[in-house]
Design a protein around this ligand. Structure first.
Ligand SMILES: C[S@@+](CC[C@H](N)C(=O)[O-])C[C@H]1O[C@@H](n2cnc3c(N)ncnc32)[C@H](O)[C@@H]1O
Length: 269
């Protein structure tokens, strides 16, 4: 097991009540039907509009709301270390069984706080939020955006897939829009790289007129007021609710580094 994974402290719900995360309602009851469906969607079709933005080199991936781990497995097969966050126990169990891979670490955690992941101090090169955002209400979305922005490496990318369409019985979902999500991301120090909206490629969801917005963000290279040097870290509570994570978990940038001369001067100079 890698050093990255050893440093993620696993919550053990066997010593008390497992935390109930918002948006998980209805998933345990539907898991038997959903597990084969989640597992059947080919990665290339799910992320078709964003494939060109995926990292070329292996790094550290955080898959939040990982479901059965099909996406985690895709990254692990390409040498990435993956932390698969999944609050629904039945999906975690299925993921461990269907996609057993040394590079995938499963943990029981959830938005908006992701407290176990945050406590690990890791920063991630790639952060996936696929078909999860609509489970959070407005306040939770604001808080969750601050959380995930603070978990990205300076050259990391955040991939989000927003679901638009009817809510399945028993599940809790809210209307989410590209406009609001982009505004939230901007206020958390992220800039937009991609914004596409497509019809669902899955037969069942296509028939229900479900559509997906794919958004990709990366941290803004310069945050004038908060800039503390060229480490890429912005430790102020104004832009990130946490101190800097362990930047050693970040692989060399996927984007071109900002040249020293282009960096803004620290405000006190
Ligand atoms: C529609 S599924 C998507 C699963 C997976 N990302 C995929 O693309 O196949 C939504 C997932 O989000 C998880 N989820 C729900 N609320 C969550 C929360 N507050 N934090 C993290 N994950 C959550 C559910 O347990 C479920 O696995």
């Amino acid at each position: 097991m890698s050093s990255h994974h050893n440093e993620i402290i696993q919550k053990d719900s066997s010593y008390g009540e497992a935390e109930i995360f918002p948006g998980t309602q209805g998933y345990a009851a539907a898991a038997k039907d959903l597990i084969p469906r989640y597992n059947a969607i080919p990665f290339a079709s799910k992320y078709r509009t964003a494939l060109h933005l995926l990292p070329q080199k292996p790094g550290l991936v955080l898959d939040v709301g990982a479901g059965t781990g099909a996406d985690a497995a895709w990254f692990a097969a390409r040498g990435h270390e993956v932390v698969a966050v999944e609050p629904t126990a039945a999906f975690r169990a299925a993921g461990k069984r269907l996609h057993s891979h040394l590079l995938i670490k499963w943990i029981d955690d959830g938005l908006p706080q992701l407290s176990t992941v945050v406590a690990s101090g890791k920063r991630f090169d790639t952060l996936l939020l696929t078909a999860v955002w609509m489970h959070l209400d407005q306040g939770q979305r604001w808080s969750a955006m601050q959380t995930v922005a603070g978990l990205l490496c300076p050259a990391g990318i955040l991939l989000m897939a927003l679901r638009h369409g009817p809510v399945p019985i028993g599940r809790v979902m809210y209307e989410v829009s590209a406009k609001e999500t982009i505004a939230l991301a901007n206020s958390a120090g992220l800039q937009l790289l991609l914004n596409t909206r497509t019809k669902s490629a899955q037969d069942m969801n296509h028939a229900l007129a479900i559509e997906w917005t794919q958004l990709v963000f990366t941290p803004r290279a310069m945050i004038k007021k908060e800039w503390r040097g060229n480490s890429g870290c912005w430790p102020s509570a104004k832009t990130s609710p946490r101190p800097c994570g362990k930047m050693s978990s970040c692989s060399a940038g996927q984007k071109k580094p900002v040249p020293e001369t282009a960096l803004p001067l620290p405000p006190h100079r």
